[in-house]
Every structure is written in structure tokens, then in C-alpha cells.
Design a binder for this molecule. Structure first.
Ligand code: UDX
Length: 431
């Protein structure tokens, strides 16, 4: 079975490599960027993702996967074409489908045999149907084409593991033919398959992501109240987690969620609801809580320090979560902007995110991959990502190296008692 995949971002590349890994022997990943294609052919991954390069090298060397910019040759005789290009946020919060439409056009002009087009990108409800109509209308050759929805649930940092051990495969189809094709694709994974119609599959993706975002915002809201009433959010979360109806995951309060999905998908679903004459009040609240949460610590700090002007401030952790070099919608960005605007001399630490941070802040801040260097003579320190390097850092250093041991921890990396015993002024979330 020839499977072509459009787009080699997190979803496209990881899906392609994992399909090859489970035994599909004719997978071709298409990208418009020639340099990226060459890089991938040489066994290098354009994204920082655990286990990915190893599987890329292995499956490329045994010929199960290839990479190309030549979409025509990739699509023309493919049985399945998966679309995994980005659906970025427009200014009004809606999803921008330009990349999807571009690929749809290329498919319509290239295919020469019956093809199942599978949309893996997160798309607004109704998109699969629209894209099917669009492809059929623009078809160059007289072949059968159907579009199926197959949303992706992988997380960055654990993308390969998540794909090879997915909790479920969701397929949204309108015919038995499409369902059987997708069941064949996913058979080697041996994972539960939820088959439904396309609109429901599209909604499952948004509802899942938005529910998780809501869960985090709920915990952040409760954490803020905990601070006021003298409760401890970690104990509260632990106490809640024993209830199977609540579950133990995504209960961690912090500095707000970031990344390429939750911020975008909450806004997109909220936009979609209002656009359809119904407002999702829960999702609106999740978005609002998250916006406030991101600035919670800098706002607290500005009530404590007279001015940030000329102050050396360390920011530890820049990526939106550990295990990735991605800074999209990372709380660190909002925080650094706030500090720089107020005249702080920011020095930013991250084990892998420096290159991407430089693209945003250029020469406006300093960068380091050493925590020691970041905190040396600093008068305040903000923790934005719970990298193990930060969690395992010997906290005595804050006392010894900083000019003033004042720490604002957005990820609750340390025990309050330890900091108190060392005489470090320490503020965290919900404790
Ligand atoms: C998410 C979904 O988990 C995944 O299923 C979907 O396919 C894409 O979006 P991802 O964005 O890679 O994945 O990361 P995730 O681990 O979900 O974290 C997102 C954000 O939420 C991070 O900023 C993280 O720090 C934050 N988070 C997560 C919390 O603040 N608390 C938690 O308990 C969990």
C-alpha cells in the first residue's frame, strides 16, 4: 500500500516514520522545503523529538520511507494521501486552512487512481466534507476520491511513543471502503479504533484538546484560590486524583499552557461556536484563565520590587514544556516581553530552546545553557519550564550565586520547606 504524507511537521513526519516502523513499506513524505527534504534523507530530523532520528535512519536505509518535494510523483499512484500540514490561528481565532487547500489542489491535479485522502491536521468541523467537494470539483483524472478524518493525538516530546502506543485511533468516514482502507493502515498498531462520521471525528479532536486545556485552566484557577485561602494545590490535586472519574493526569497547576495545540484549538473551537450562534462559555473561560495565568508571577513580582529597570533577571526554561525545543505560545515569551518592556536585563536559560528563542528576542536579551551563569548576580529568577536540569539543580546555588535570592517558580519545581530553610524568598503556584 503506497501512503503519501503531505507535510513533515510533528504530525506528518512522526506518522510517516511510525507507519514505516510498523511495516508499511512504501511511505513517502512530501514537503515544499528542499533543504528539509535533503536533511531528512540524510537521517536528520528537522524537529527535536526523542527516538525520531533513530527510526528515520533505520526505515530510510531499508527503503520503507522516502522524502520528496515532488508531490506529483508522490501522489499520482498513492492509495492513501494523508494531509498533515499546519492549520495556524488567524487573527480572529479561526483556523487558517490555506495550506490544506493548497495540498488539496495538488492532489486533485495529480492523482491517477482511486485515492483515499485522510486529513490528520486539526480542522474545523465540516472541513473534510468541504475538501472532498473541492478535490472532486478540481479532479484532473476521472478517479474515485473520498476524504476521511483521522485526527492525531500525539504530544510533542513523546510523539513517537504516543504514536506507537496511541490510546485510540479515531477515524471519521462516510463509506465502508474508506473505513476498511484506514483499518488496514492501522492494523499493525493493534490499537482501539473508534469509527464515526467525519464531523464527529473532527469534533473529537477539538473536544479532547479543549477538555485538557480546560482541565489545566481549572486547576490554575483553583491554585490561585489556594494561595489566598491557605491550601496547597499539589495536595488538592493528589486528593482529587484518586477519583477515577477525575483521573490523575493534567492536574498540574502552573504558569499556563502553551504549545502548538491548546492555545490554537481552544480559540478555534470558541470561534467556531460563536460563528454558529452558540457560545462555548467553558472554553472562553479556559482561554481567559490561561491568559491571566501566564502573567501571574511577573505581576506578583512587580508588586514586590520597586522597578525592574536595569535589574538582572534570570529566566529559566523557555520552551512550552520539557522535551521539546518548541517555543510556540510558550509562557516564557509573554514573561520575557513583560520584563524587557520594564527595562530588565534578561538572561535566558534553556537546555535546547536557545536557538528558537533567539529568533524571537534577537539581541534584546542574553542567552545561556548554564543555570549557574544565568543566576549569577541576578536579583530575581523566574522558572517557566520544568526541565529536569532545573528540578535537579542544587538550590543552595540560588542562595550563593544570586545577588538577591528571589525566585518565582511557575512550575513548582522545589519544596517550599527547602527554600525556606535556606532563606530563599520563593513564590510558586497555588502553595
Ligand atoms: C497536546 C495534547 O496533549 C495532544 O494530545 C495533542 O495532540 C496536541 O496538544 P502538546 O501541546 O504537545 O500536546 O503538550 P502537552 O503535554 O499536552 O502540554 C501542553 C501544555 O500544557 C504545556 O505548556 C504544559 O506545560 C501544560 N500543562 C500540561 C500544564 O500546565 N499542566 C498539566 O497538567 C499538563
Amino acid at each position: 500500500m503506497k501512503i503519501a504524507i503531505a507535510g513533515t511537521g510533528y504530525v506528518g513526519l512522526v506518522t510517516g516514520v511510525c507507519l514505516a516502523e510498523v511495516g508499511h513499506d512504501n511511505v513517502v513524505c512530501v514537503d515544499i522545503d528542499e533543504n528539509k527534504v535533503e536533511l531528512m534523507k540524510s537521517g536528520k530530523s528537522p524537529i527535536y523529538e526523542a527516538d525520531l532520528e533513530e527510526l528515520m535512519k533505520k526505515n530510510y536505509s531499508i527503503g520503507r520511507i522516502d522524502y520528496t518535494v515532488d508531490y506529483q510523483s508522490a501522489y499520482k499512484d498513492a492509495e492513501i494521501i494523508m494531509i498533515a500540514v499546519g492549520t495556524p490561528e488567524r487573527k480572529d481565532g479561526s483556523a487558517n486552512l490555506d495550506y490544506i487547500k493548497k495540498v488539496a489542489k495538488q492532489i486533485a491535479s495529480s492523482i491517477t487512481k482511486d485515492t483515499l485522502v485522510v486529513i490528520k491536521s486539526t480542522v474545523p468541523i465540516g472541513t473534510n466534507q468541504d475538501i472532498e467537494k473541492y478535490i472532486r470539483k478540481n479532479l484532473k483524472n476521472n478517479v474515485k476520491v473520498e476524504v476521511a478524518s483521522n485526527p492525531e493525538f500525539l504530544s510533542q516530546g513523546t510523539a513517537v511513543k504516543d504514536t506507537l502506543n496511541a490510546s485510540r485511533i479515531v477515524i471519521g468516514v462516510e463509506s465502508l471502503w474508506a473505513q476498511e482502507m484506514l483499518e488496514k493502515v492501522y492494523k499493525p498498531f493493534n490499537q482501539p479504533i473508534v469509527a464515526t462520521n467525519r464531523n464527529s471525528a473532527e469534533m473529537i479532536k477539538y473536544a479532547s484538546n479543549d477538555f485538557l486545556a480546560l482541565k489545566i485552566s481549572f486547576m490554575n484557577d483553583i491554585a490561585n484560590l489556594c494561595e489566598i485561602v491557605g491550601a496547597n494545590i499539589e495536595d488538592v490535586a493528589l486528593g482529587m486524583s484518586y477519583d477515577e472519574r477525575i483521573g490523575s493526569k493534567f492536574l498540574k497547576a502552573g504558569i499556563g499552557y502553551g504549545g502548538s495545540c491548546f492555545p490554537k484549538d481552544t480559540k478555534a473551537l470558541h470561534w467556531l461556536s460563536t460563528h454558529n450562534g452558540y457560545e462555548l462559555k467553558t472554553i472562553k473561560a479556559a482561554i481567559e484563565v490561561n491568559e491571566c495565568q501566564k502573567l501571574r508571577l511577573v505581576r506578583k513580582a512587580s508588586r514586590l520590587v520597586e522597578s525592574f529597570e536595569g535589574m538582572k533577571v534570570a529566566v529559566l526554561g523557555l520552551t512550552f514544556k520539557p522535551g521539546t525545543d518548541d517555543l510556540r505560545e510558550a509562557p516564557s515569551i509573554t514573561n520575557i516581553e513583560y520584563l524587557v518592556d520594564r527595562g530588565a536585563n534578561v538572561i535566558a536559560y534553556d537546555p535546547v530552546g536557545i536557538e528558537n528563542t533567539k529568533k524571537i528576542f534577537k539581541e534584546n536579551i542574553k542567552y545561556t545553557t548554564s543555570i549557574d551563569e544565568a543566576i549569577k548576580d541576578a536579583e530575581a529568577c523566574f522558572i517557566m519550564t520544568e526541565w529536569k536540569e532545573i528540578i535537579n539543580y542544587d538550590v543552595i546555588n540560588y542562595k550563593e550565586k544570586m545577588k538577591k535570592a528571589l525566585i518565582f517558580d511557575g512550575r513548582n519545581c522545589y519544596k517550599i520547606e527547602d527554600m525556606k530553610n535556606l532563606g530563599i524568598e520563593y513564590y510558586s503556584i497555588g502553595r
